[in-house]
Design a binder for this molecule. Structure first.
Ligand code: ZN
Length: 185
């Protein structure tokens, strides 16, 4: 099942998400739907609050970055109850977008490395350090679990320039090929 995507203005995107219980009923089905929704919407990552569930889960398929970083070839992972251990390295800029902020793309500065402890879809624990593109997406998706959006990192001038676009998103006045849930819809 493909979920509609919650967009800017929906309160759930600003909430701190809750940990997932191992015995959560319908968990497998939920994860299946997360993947399906992400691929349908052409996202490289998707966090549960973006489909209206305030849970600490996100999925990432970064394999399209393999052209520049060959080790991303099979990078397809689910992160359940993740905890950031460390974010380090030099900050670098990359153009980011978000399914919850349609039609907005901006350069965002983030540190190069992230060390994260998480459970996979079988609830097995891992602690890994990621760099480059993978680290970038992980930091972006993790932020969703904390109620943070990439536009929060922009300087006040850039934010002001986006005001009109953001207002349109809250009104549902955006073109997306996926269904959205906005405060007015
Ligand atoms: Zn996002």
């Amino acid at each position: 099942m493909i979920y509609p995507v919650t967009v800017y203005g929906e309160p759930i995107l600003r909430k701190k998400a809750k940990p997932v219980d191992k015995n959560f009923e319908g968990f497998e089905e939920f994860m299946k739907n997360m993947w399906e929704t992400m691929y349908y919407a052409d996202g490289v990552g998707l966090a549960a609050p973006q489909v209206g569930k305030s849970l600490r889960v996100f999925v990432i398929d970064a394999s399209m970055g393999a052209e520049e970083e060959p080790e991303l070839k099979d990078f397809k992972k689910a992160f359940i109850n993740p905890e950031i251990i460390e974010i380090s390295g030099e900050k670098w800029l990359m153009n980011e977008g978000c399914l919850s902020l349609p039609e907005i793309r901006e350069d965002v500065s983030r540190p190069e490395f992230v060390t994260i402890r998480y459970h996979d879809e079988n609830f097995e624990e891992h602690t890994e350090t990621f760099k480059g593109y993978a680290s970038r997406i992980i930091q972006h998706e993790f932020d969703h679990l904390e109620g943070v959006l990439f536009i929060d990192y922009l300087n006040p001038l850039k934010k002001r320039l986006l005001k009109g676009k953001l207002l349109n998103i809250t009104k549902g006045n955006v073109e997306t090929h996926y269904r959205i849930i906005s405060p007015s819809r």
